[in-house]
Write a protein that binds this ligand. Sequence first.
Ligand SMILES: O=C(O)CCC(=O)C(=O)O
Ligand SMILES: [Mn+2]
Length: 205
Amino acid sequence: MSLKLKAVSDSDTDPKNPNNENIIKREIVDLRNGSEVLYIQRFFTYDQSWKWFHFLNNHIPWTRPTVRVFGRSCLQVHKALPGSCFNSLLLNRYKGGNDYVGWHSDDEKLYGLTPEIASVSFGCDRDFFLKKKPCKTSNVSKRHDEEPASKRLKKSCHADQYTFKLKHGSLLVMRGNTQRDWIHSVPKRAKVDTTRINLTFRHVL
Ligand SMILES: O=C(O)CCC(=O)C(=O)O
Ligand SMILES: [Mn+2]
């Protein structure tokens, strides 16, 4: 079985949307300063998504490494997307609401300066948070008629938070400066008790 990022087509039927009306709804969130997130709720149909979920759940040798990176257990598979500009796939399985990924950005040098990261979700819906990285501006106010820099930072940085509900079959793509300027997380959720599988497609230089 090969892995390709393929959107739903007209011939696919979705029990939740039998007429395939507006099936590919794209939401682009401009995070400013060259950062952008694309979200497509029904990138895969409902049935395709469950097929993927069961295939991955049953065929991947999921492990819980003793060293947990940002609270996640993961397995890295390289060269899983031939013909695509992605050459690396990271798989995460969240068995329930206690499994989470803490705040981080995927800004490792191996992904380059402006990595594009495409994230596909199957199974249980989970929240995905994006938050602006703390500003590194100096605390000294540049102009006397402005409020102190420390106050400005509080407003501009802590107000900059977005939440996406990552639905079964959805695609979320982080682009541009998103890894440089933003951090993201999938928080714990007490009421969640079913499994979610997440695939993130990346390009390793
Ligand atoms: O599970 C997700 O949606 C995010 C996973 C993630 O951020 C990562 O693997 O780096
Ligand atoms: Mn990440």
